[in-house]
Design a protein around this ligand. Sequence first.
Ligand SMILES: CC(C)(COP(=O)(O)OP(=O)(O)OC[C@H]1O[C@@H](n2cnc3c(N)ncnc32)[C@H](O)[C@@H]1OP(=O)(O)O)[C@@H](O)C(=O)NCCC(=O)NCCS
Length: 169
Amino acid sequence: MKGIISPCSSTDLPAIFEIICESAQGYKGVIPADRWHEPYMPMVELVSEISKGVKFFGYYEDDHLLGVMGIQDVKDVTLIRHAYVRTKCRSQGIGGKLLTHLSRLTLRPVLIGTWKAATWAIHFYEQHGFALLGEDEKNRVLKLYWTVPDRQIQESVVLANQRWQVKGF
Ligand SMILES: CC(C)(COP(=O)(O)OP(=O)(O)OC[C@H]1O[C@@H](n2cnc3c(N)ncnc32)[C@H](O)[C@@H]1OP(=O)(O)O)[C@@H](O)C(=O)NCCC(=O)NCCS
C-alpha cells in the first residue's frame, strides 16, 4: 500500500472526527458501559486536545485520510494519543507506520495509555516494542502525565518504549 504520513491540518478536522467516531465503535460493549459515550470524542473535545498540544499525523492515500495518531510532549516524556485507523484499512500496516514515524520524532521516553479491555491495541503496541507497566507504576504515571478521572485509571493500562526502561524514570 502506497501512502504518505504528514502532519494533519485544520482542514482535516472533520475527517479526524469521523475516523475517531467510526474506529471507537470497537470499544462499544468492550470497555465498561459507564465509560462509553457517543460520539466517543465530541468535536469540542478534539479541538481542545489539539489546543492542549496534541499534534495529529495522518496516513494519506491519494489525499484521503485513512488513519490518524497524535503525539504530545508532557513534562519529560512524549505520549502517543488517539491512535485510530479506518476499520476497512486495518491490518495493512498503517497503524505500525504511524507509530514508527511518531516514535522517531522524539528523543524522550514514549508512553501510551489505552483501555485494559482493548487487548488488540495492547497486542499491537507490544508488537512494536512497547511493554506494559506494572499496576503501581501505571497508576503513578497516569496521574503524572494524563488528566483522567480515577475510574478511567482503574480501567486503563500504560505501555512504555525501551527508552523509559533504560532511563529508569
Ligand atoms: C490499533 C490500530 C490503530 C492498529 O492499526 P492497524 O493499521 O490495524 O495496525 P497494523 O496493520 O500496523 O498492525 C496491526 C496488525 O496488522 C498486522 N500487519 C502489519 N502489517 C501488515 C501488512 N502489511 N499486511 C497485513 N497485516 C499486517 C500486524 O501484524 C498486526 O496483526 P496482529 O495484531 O493480528 O498480529 C487499529 O487497529 C485501530 O484503529 N483500532 C481501533 C481503535 C483502537 O483500539 N485504537 C487504539 C487506541 S490507544
